[in-house]
Design a binder for this molecule. Structure first.
Ligand SMILES: [Zn+2]
Length: 349
């Protein structure tokens, strides 16, 4: 089933349908789920539904033809505000919410959201990258989350509940988006022209963990090859931590001269390791081996002879998540990688 071209989230669609039919739509949401599964597309479609001037929201069928629908599509609707962390920053700056020092409360999302709607009944805001809100930015959102302007809807997008500050989490309706089924990922890869060969689409979908973003990243043969190399190392009972850190650092530097693409690549490499230890932990607790063939092979090999148990895998998973947090907090990539890999290699079994 798909809702207006949005695949794989029927349960979430039903939840919104029920609230809208009952006329009880909460005003603050936190959408969580892995990157690349369509949370932003869903939020935009919901905005279109709520702003459409031809079809009532409870029908969940925006007409796609009225001025309002066309403006949402073009990103020009005066009552739809969107904001995201700047790509070259590691934190979601407070200025994006309340303006800089000279324009406090004159610019930014919060004052814009409190203006009267221009076209219709409400204003809608989509705040992307909520994982990166720092304490100051989160604090200045609290009042808006508690007492949103009448009729407004604020949607925060993040990858997991754990990454949100408790003050934010407790003030939002949490909507969980599940990873997409493999066949949906394969279909989307073909539809969006990311790959043209159906076999390639299926192969990438199997490695995607249910996210289009990972599938798209792995369409890059270099990244796919590095993942294979990395998993082969991790699968061995012992490995040379200095050599592995060196090869990761060289791979990260190959992403380009600028910091953002390097950081993005390192995040992905750490993500591969986190996935590996997560799956190893599940497998060693008696759970199923992962469907992804590369990961399955590595997990089965490791479980056979590394000598650790589910708790040892969980420790290492935690270390990977810490490393990811350090990278997001702008730690120096080379130093962060060396410390992280050294910890993984020498953590007790
Ligand atoms: Zn419309």
């Amino acid at each position: 089933m798909s809702w207006q071209g949005i695949e794989g989230h029927d349960a979430v669609v039903e939840r919104f349908r029920r609230s809208l039919v009952a006329g009880r739509l909460p005003s603050t949401f936190l959408f969580v789920g892995p990157a690349g599964i369509g949370k932003r597309a869903f939020a935009l479609q919901l905005a279109k539904t709520l702003l459409c001037e031809a079809s009532p929201p409870s029908h969940m069928a925006p007409c796609n033809a009225c001025v309002s629908c066309r403006q949402v599509e073009a990103g020009t609707h005066p009552d739809l505000e969107t904001v995201a962390k700047e790509p070259d920053r590691t934190e979601f700056r407070i200025e994006l919410l309340i303006g800089d020092l000279e324009h406090r409360m004159q610019e930014g999302l919060i004052p814009r959201l409190s203006l009267k709607p221009t076209r219709g009944q409400r204003k809608i805001a989509i705040l992307d990258d909520a994982d990166f809100l720092n304490v100051a930015s989160a604090n200045c959102l609290l009042k808006t989350l508690e007492e949103p302007p009448l009729g407004s809807v604020l949607i925060l997008l993040g990858t997991s509940e754990q990454k949100q500050l408790p003050t934010i989490r407790s003030r939002c309706q949490i909507v969980r988006f599940r990873p997409l089924p493999e066949e949906t990922v394969a279909k989307l890869l073909l539809e969006k022209g990311i790959v043209n060969d159906p076999f390639e689409a299926e192969r990438l979908a199997a490695l995607s963990g249910g996210g289009l973003q990972q599938a798209t990243a792995l369409a890059d043969a270099t990244l796919l090859e590095f993942r294979r190399h990395l998993l082969a190392q991790l699968a061995r009972p012992r490995w040379n931590s200095v050599a592995l850190a060196k090869s990761i650092n060289a791979f990260v530097e190959d992403a380009g001269k600028e910091a953002p693409p390097r950081r993005e690549r390192l995040r992905r490499v750490i993500g591969f390791c986190a996935d590996f230890y997560h799956q190893l932990m599940i497998y060693q607790s008696g759970g199923e081996a992962p469907a992804d063939p590369q990961l399955r092979e590595a997990v089965a090999a490791a479980a056979g002879d590394w000598g650790g148990d589910a708790a040892s895998a969980a420790d290492r998973l935690e270390r990977c998540l810490d490393a990811l947090a350090h990278v997001d907090a702008n730690a120096h990539p080379i130093t962060a990688t060396e410390a992280w890999i050294d910890d993984l290699a020498h953590a007790p079994l």
